[in-house]
Design a protein around this ligand. Structure first.
Ligand code: HPA
Length: 288
């Protein structure tokens, strides 16, 4: 960026910024000033907290927003108060596998960061790679591996987004994970395990050989999202709590077919657990 002008190398960085600003202006005009933002993945709309004084806008009505195409994603932004916080819920997210760049896919989160959100709570459907996992288990993401061949910060040279070489040494906030464990205890949920999430590009699922490789890499759960949002959140200085909702378990020695309808149904069944856990974190944020 030179003198505020695109140099031709940013791949639409200036237009991107304008779209984020247009969405911010529109939403701020409707009174949105989030402290906490939820990003809910496939089939996990039910993990949203109950919101007092709720307002809703369809993504398609927000200037600059992309439009959702993935199954199980409603494409609604809702906001209100929950657990003493101003909470915005991005119900429906965008994926690399839909053909979006990760920069485009994370535009809604950029908007939430620019509107002031400082905490990101994510729930994503994932395949378990640890064979002791069961569908319906919740895993707190401790760290990640990015195998999506894109980075949401690529080509965004403007300082307005934050540092370019974003530190990822502690991307997932340990105090928020501790709060999540406390919330699980309080809600009489099984103690969630911690693990490493690996993001793959999708949309095809993993072969047995790929599943073996991901296990050797040290991953405990695999999914097609989360990592781009976490990178953006960290650049924006947000604290992150990510919950991988295990919807299938992949044993490379006896790989069972994975069907998207089953994945969505399993996510729907686990959503209320995720809902209780995340809602229990909200009142703990003041001290976490
Ligand atoms: N692999 C990749 N992504 C997924 C899976 C899986 O097994 N289950 C849910 N999302």
């Amino acid at each position: 960026m030179k003198n505020g002008r695109a140099t031709g190398q940013e791949g639409g960085a200036e237009e991107y910024r304008q779209r984020v600003e247009a969405a911010c202006a529109f939403l701020a005009g409707r009174g949105l000033a989030p402290q906490v933002v939820y990003v809910l993945g496939s089939g996990l709309g039910g993990a949203a907290p109950g919101l007092a004084r709720q307002q809703t806008v369809a993504y398609g009505d927000i200037p600059g927003f992309p439009v959702a195409t993935a199954p199980g994603h409603s494409g609604l932004l809702r906001w209100g108060t929950a657990g003493g916080r101003q909470v915005a819920v991005l119900d429906g997210r965008f994926h690399f596998y839909e053909g979006y760049t990760t920069r485009e896919a994370t535009l809604p989160l950029r908007v939430m960061a620019m509107l002031g959100a400082t905490v990101l709570l994510i729930a994503s459907a994932a395949g378990g790679l640890d064979l002791t996992m069961r569908p319906g288990d919740l895993m707190l993401v401790r760290d990640h591996i990015n195998l999506i061949p894109d980075n949401p910060l690529r080509g965004l040279v403007d300082d307005c987004w934050g540092e370019r070489f974003v530190d990822m040494s502690q991307a997932y906030d340990s105090r928020l994970r501790a709060a999540a464990k406390e919330a699980a205890r309080a809600a009489a949920l099984p103690a969630p395990r911690e693990g490493v999430y690996v993001a793959v590009p999708g949309p095809s699922l993993e072969t047995p050989a790929e599943t073996k490789m991901l296990r050797l890499f040290g991953a405990d759960a695999v999914g097609m999202s989360t990592v781009p949002e976490v990178i953006v959140a960290r650049q924006a200085g947000m604290r992150v709590l990510a919950l991988a909702v295990i919807v299938n378990v992949n044993d490379p020695e006896q790989m069972a077919p994975i069907r998207v309808e089953e994945v969505l149904a399993a996510a729907g069944r686990a959503a209320s657990k995720a809902q209780r856990l995340l809602a229990g974190v909200l009142p703990l944020l003041a001290n976490a």
